[in-house]
Design a binder for this molecule. Structure first.
Ligand SMILES: Cc1ncc(COP(=O)(O)O)c(C=O)c1O
Length: 355
């Protein structure tokens, strides 16, 4: 190893670079234990991760008390979304999703020739399951449920999802994306479909190591599904899709439960602080169950995003379905201070309460 190399996570406030509040990453990680595992995995970089792949699959299965045949690894959960589009979409099948939601699956759906049907969220920013059901009854579909939803950070109640899934045509596949699972906290509305499975072969659940585990740059995600569905998805996996270093990092991340607890607590505190700052400015963000917040600016989001960019702060792109809202990923204290400083420089910042 080269001495003198810093392994500190990049501080976006250093070197005059942009502050990145745009991709819902973990601004603090990876944890010390995971960083140590990454460093000591350097020696494995010259080898294909052939034996590590089944070992990590088993580790994840044990973690969730599942059979390894129910677990499929991906190069980020994005690869799982691509596999799902390849395995379960293609003309004449359609993707049914919320609007707005995380759009990677839509891109892959279109690439394999499927239409994407986007159903607006309800007034409480939940998936409109009744509308989704009526579309699903009309033609064969893959349904994407992002819970908590990106970009709104909102929940769709578990009981509603159960009722919905029970009514779906037998051939429908439901993919539940739990990328932000760890940040939900105590909520009677939420229960993971991995922790409390439905025992329904139509359900695929995805998770990622990119968020609470802070490994977005190393790319690791997984699906939990029935062995048959896992087999079908696997046909479309890239060979050697999981790199040697992230197998070590992933195992260490699962072992480091104290590290996860700490990240979750920090996120809870950062989220509370965001809402305090927002309230002090008469702003009312959407209640957040994730590591980002969406809020109405009552002005063109495009213009607001541009203003922040000029102030050195990157926030999310705009969402046409909610074009006066911005999505802000929670960052470190100094990054959020920069965010609010830039907010207060918006020409309408002082008048927002008149809306
Ligand atoms: C809801 C959701 N799913 C999946 C992903 C993709 O994550 P990754 O491919 O890094 O696992 C993201 C990334 O932001 C996301 O927000």
């Amino acid at each position: 190893m080269v001495s003198g190399v810093s392994f500190e996570p990049t501080r976006s406030t250093q070197n005059g670079s942009l502050i990145r509040l745009d991709s819902n990453e973990n601004a603090y990680g990876p944890s010390t234990k995971v960083a140590v595992a990454i460093r000591s995995s350097v020696g494995s970089a010259n080898r294909y991760s052939l034996s590590a792949y089944p070992a990590l699959t088993e580790r994840i299965a044990t973690f969730h008390k599942l059979n390894p045949h129910q677990v499929l690894l991906g190069c980020g959960s994005t690869e799982i979304l691509r596999m799902a589009a390849c395995a379960f979409l293609g003309r004449p099948k359609q993707l049914i999703q919320a609007s707005p939601t995380f759009e990677a699956l839509e891109h892959y759906a279109r690439a394999v020739g499927s239409d994407a049907l986007s159903v607006p969220l309800t007034h409480s920013y939940a998936h409109d399951l009744d509308a989704m059901l009526s579309h699903a009854s009309a033609s064969p579909s893959l349904i994407y449920i992002c819970n908590p939803n990106n970009p709104t950070a909102s929940l769709t109640p578990r009981t509603d999802l159960e009722t919905f899934i029970a009514k779906l045509p037998p051939s429908t596949i439901v993919l539940i994306d739990e990328a932000y699972h760890h940040y939900v906290g105590e909520s009677g509305m939420y229960r993971s479909f991995i922790d409390r499975p439905l025992n329904d072969d139509r359900v695929i659940v995805t998770r990622t190591f990119s968020k609470v585990y802070a490994l977005a740059g190393l790319r690791l995600g997984y699906a939990v599904a029935s062995p048959q569905v896992v087999q079908r998805l696997r046909r479309y996996a890239t060979e050697n899709n999981v790199n040697a270093m992230v197998t070590h990092a992933g195992m260490a991340a699962l072992d480091d439960t104290a590290g996860v607890d700490e990240f979750v607590q920090r996120n809870t505190d950062d989220r509370q602080e965001f809402f305090n700052q927002a309230m002090a400015r008469a702003l009312k963000p959407i209640d957040s169950h994730a590591n980002f917040v969406m809020m109405n600016t009552y002005h063109s989001a495009e213009q607001v995003i541009k203003h922040f960019r000029q102030s050195g702060v990157l926030i999310s792109r705009s969402f046409p379905a909610m074009d006066t809202y911005i999505r802000v990923s929670l960052g470190r204290k100094e990054e959020m201070t920069a965010f609010w400083r830039a907010w207060d420089m918006l020409p309408f910042a002082k008048n927002i309460m008149h809306h």
